[in-house]
Design a protein around this ligand. Structure first.
Ligand SMILES: Nc1ncnc2c1ncn2[C@@H]1O[C@H](COP(=O)(O)OP(=O)(O)OP(=O)(O)O)[C@@H](O)[C@H]1O
Ligand SMILES: [Mg+2]
Length: 467
């Protein structure tokens, strides 16, 4: 092996190590971002609030911490050092002039604000309980140790406005009461209160403003949703921030374009149907004039069939244009469909669960269900219609005990003009538009139709539309 080979091998191994580290890092990133996604609120409002509040809280915590840690600590330490310095001076003077204790006490009281007493020498009391907020205690103790270096005892808790410091001297115990404010910055809580107060005010303002920013987006979402369900959103107008208004304008334009193209289609169909019908009527008249013969009869039947088919095509192409959605009693509608089926000699049952009043285009929706029921009636003897409404969907299933549709054909049969009946039964059968029309109507309500197996043994057609 040459050195080059060794170098290449080393490079290769370090590359693969790097690659695996990168993969692990990426995996970690993936997992943590998934966790974050799980924790993050889902709504825009909550997210925006979080984006505003989180930095504010972090900033304030850092500022508060720095203030407490640095400024506050330092000031307390300096003040404590000052007090202890005074005491140390008094001790020195006492040592030098032990007979002038009265003068010392007066000077300390007048000039330093310290109340000094000389107690008979005894053991110092045991250390008192440490206060929760022990900064002063700590600072004072440190200073006494450093500047005086004698046994001492400190009480910062006992009296609210005074600190008590006892120092054991050679033949006496010197007790000093110092005002608490001489050793301690006491207004720091005001700083914190101001900070928290201001941020509360700011958050309230942010909440109010944000709500106004989010509302137009919600309105746009509502309008788009009701358009998807085939309903009108009558008093929707673009509002809010420029971007939201732009989206709303784009939505309105799109809606207008769709409506225009539907209108065009309807107008064209009306023209076609009018023209063709006129010609068919003319045919019929001419046939009537010619008289009776088997050929003429056959032609007349053909023309009848043709006009029926024409009606079907037109109905399909027209769709549910023009009808408005309105609250409809679904339980009653199902009941009506059932009695129609029974009148035609089929055993039918219905059931409805949930609140029956649903907003749909009544005639179109009935035609949709009617198509499914007529299919069931054509292929089976027993029909079961079930409605179920929950807070999101209206679901209607039509079950029958007929031959059903093979799995592979269940999507195919929705295609216009596609009929399986050609093989099953030549004579009776429609144009093959029933399911296509039904699906069209379900989709124009924002829902869909699916086909499956029925517990009755035949086909189950399920219509689901959002409420
Ligand atoms: N309940 C059913 N059981 C068995 N086959 C069915 C059922 N419903 C529909 N089909 C099959 O699906 C095909 C398409 O149905 P579709 O309703 O679209 O047309 P059609 O019933 O033949 O004609 P039209 O409904 O326009 O009068 C039918 O020809 C039929 O073969
Ligand atoms: Mg049909």
């Amino acid at each position: 092996m040459t050195t080059l080979d060794v170098g290449i091998a080393a490079l290769r191994s370090s590359l693969s190590a790097l690659r695996s580290a990168a993969a692990r890092g990426y995996e970690l990133y993936d997992r943590s971002s998934a966790t974050l996604k799980g924790v993050m609120p889902k709504g825009l409002y909550a997210r925006a609030l979080l984006i505003i509040i989180a930095p504010m809280v972090v900033l304030q915590s850092v500022v508060a911490f720095m203030f407490m840690e640095r400024h506050y600590n330092q000031v307390t330490q300096r003040l404590s050092a000052g007090v202890v310095q005074d005491i140390a001076t008094l001790i020195e003077i006492d040592k030098a002039f032990p007979q002038d204790q009265a003068l010392l006490r007066r000077v300390a009281q007048d000039k330093l604000g310290l109340v000094v007493d000389f107690l008979p020498v005894t053991e110092l009391p045991p250390p008192g309980p440490k206060p929760f907020f022990s900064l002063v205690d700590q600072a004072l103790s440190d200073e006494v140790r450093k500047q005086i270096g004698r046994p001492f005892w400190i009480d910062t808790v006992g009296r609210s406005a005074l600190l008590e410091i006892r120092v054991k001297l050679d033949n006496t115990v010197m007790r000093v009461f110092a005002p608490r404010r001489a050793a301690y910055v006491s207004n720091s809580h005001i700083f914190l209160a101001w900070m928290v107060g201001t941020s509360l005010v700011l958050i309230t303002v942010a909440v109010l403003f944000l709500r106004n920013q989010i509302r137009p987006i919600l309105r746009l979402a509502d309008a788009a949703e009701s358009f998807g369900k085939g309903r009108e959103a009558p008093n929707f107008r673009p509002r809010g921030a420029r971007e939201v208004r732009r989206a709303a304008h784009a939505f309105l334009e799109m809606k207008a374009r769709i409506e225009r193209s539907i209108e065009q289609r309807t107008a064209m169909l009306a023209g076609v149907s009018h023209d063709l019908r006129t010609i068919l009527t003319r045919f019929k008249l001419e046939l009537a004039l010619i008289g009776d013969s088997p050929e003429i009869d056959a032609m007349r039947k053909d023309i009848d069939e043709m006009s029926m088919m024409l009606e079907d095509y037109l109905a399909f192409a027209r769709g549910d244009a023009g009808e408005n959605a309105q609250p409809t009693d679904m339980a009653a509608a199902l009941e009506e469909l059932r009695s129609d089926a029974e009148r035609n000699g089929h055993a039918a049952t219905t059931a409805f669960h949930g609140l029956p009043v649903v907003t749909v285009k009544p005639a179109a929706f009935k035609r949709c269900l009617g198509n499914l029921i007529s299919n069931a009636a054509r292929h089976a003897n027993t029909i079961a219609i079930t409605g179920h409404r929950d807070h999101r969907n209206l679901t209607v299933t039509v079950d029958d005990d007929g031959p059903g549709i093979p799995l592979a054909m269940r999507e195919e049969v929705f295609k216009p003009f596609l009929r399986l009946d050609d093989a099953r039964n030549q004579d009776e059968g429609g144009t093959g538009l029933g399911l296509a029309i039904a699906r069209d109507i379900a989709r124009s309500h924002g829902g869909d139709i699916s086909l499956g197996d029925s517990p009755l043994g035949g086909l189950r057609a399920t219509v689901r539309v959002p409420v």
